[in-house]
Design a protein around this ligand. Structure first.
Ligand code: TXA
Ligand code: MG
Length: 343
């Protein structure tokens, strides 16, 4: 299959044609990679079981891992799910934006999209190009991250091209994703919510709308997800580069000494800009010191970079698991697959 690659630069009249084209492809059962504020998504009609199968095939993803359904306005959630007061309270504060809410599904959404569950994950992205494409398609859009299964999610169109060229109909390039990790996924019941996957919408923020916010134990320790996790995505080893990620839990000075004492020629380290020159091995710069957002934004590109450099081991200092760092912490421990050295 020949993949159409189209770069959108705002205010060009031909962009409307590209958006219409992307919408047509989705409506008629094809696959389009599109930018969102979190990561690039691989969009297809959420009404089509065949299109869902195509997504699983293109990504090489197990078909019991359900897809998020994207809508262009929060009210369109009604088309796919049974909503509630709490859903609309959350929507008023966080939608459009990086929040996904699990709701009871309506029968128009096929089992192929939800991995056989009777619930559906609903999200209204804030990225303008994404919303225009969803609107142009006229259907709700099922979209997982547009990476090969198991690889870091794509935060640029060239990441998508690398993983999916020749396997999908179109890639719409809308530039770098602002946030860099996937949306916060929550389940709700009454006035309570539970975080199944942490993202840019934090527990503290959710607490301003929900009566109670719980963080699922598998967010902190993925090994607790077991065989029947609340969010099937939790059980897969995700976000992994080929390189071996070695997490080091200890203060900065100890971390520097440990890396300099252990890293070989083909090894690298994630470091803030200020500390980079203290390492003797290859350095991959995460941003300024102490900036969780900048590190989060750069994380997946850096994991891909580690592979381009054919690094064998990459040393990463374990970030805190506090609210501000929780999304980063969760992605890094999963990329490391439990490989933690405690100093
Ligand atoms: O930011 C995002 O959410 C991106 C962009 C493209 O929107 N999408 C994304 O989709 O990350 P995906 O498929 O890579 O991750 C979906 C996550 C998985 O962990 C899946 O298990 C969970 O959401 N999920 C989907 N439907 C669910 C459901 N009905 N119940 C529980 N978890 C669900
Ligand atoms: Mg994904």
């Amino acid at each position: 299959m020949k993949t159409i690659f189209y770069r959108i630069s705002r205010n060009r009249s031909s962009d409307s044609e590209a958006i219409e084209k992307a919408g047509d492809i989705i409506r008629t059962g094809g696959l389009v990679a599109l930018p969102t504020e979190t990561v690039y998504g691989l969009g297809a009609s959420a009404y089509s079981p065949q299109a869902a199968e195509k997504i699983y095939a293109a990504k090489g993803r197990p078909s019991d891992n359900p897809l998020i359904v994207h809508v262009s306005e929060p009210e369109s959630a009604e088309r796919v799910a049974h909503t509630s007061d709490l859903f609309y309270n959350l929507a008023r504060s966080f939608m459009p934006g990086p929040l996904t809410v699990i709701l009871p599904k309506k029968s128009c959404i096929p089992n192929e999209v939800t991995g056989g569950l009777d619930t559906v994950a609903v999200r209204c992205p804030s990225n303008e190009i994404a919303r225009r494409i969803i609107e142009a398609s006229g259907v709700p859009v099922a979209a997982p991250s547009a990476n090969s299964s198991g690889k870091p999610s794509p935060t640029t169109a060239s990441h998508v091209l690398h993983d999916l060229d020749g396997k999908i109909d179109m890639i719409v390039d809308g530039g770098d994703c602002e946030i860099g990790v996937e949306s916060t996924v929550i389940s709700i019941s009454g006035d309570k919510c539970r975080i199944l996957r942490p993202g840019a919408v934090s527990a503290d923020q959710l607490g301003m709308v929900c009566g109670e916010v719980e963080v699922d134990e598998a967010v902190i320790d993925p090994s607790l997800a077991g065989d029947h996790p609340k969010s099937p995505g939790m059980k897969y080893r995700h976000y992994s580069p080929e390189a071996n990620i070695i997490l080091v839990d200890g203060g900065r000075e100890k971390f520097i000494d440990y890396v300099n004492g252990n890293a070989g020629e083909n090894d690298g380290v994630f470091t803030d800009r200020n500390t980079a020159e203290q390492f003797s091995c290859k350095t991959l710069v995460t941003g300024e010191r102490g900036t969780a957002d900048e590190f989060t934004h750069n994380l997946y590109a850096l994991l891909r970079c580690a592979d381009e450099l054919s690094l064998k081991n990459v040393y990463v200092q374990l970030p805190p698991s506090s609210d501000k760092y929780l999304a980063l912490y969760n992605r890094i421990i999963r990329a490391a697959g439990g490989n933690i050295v405690r100093l």
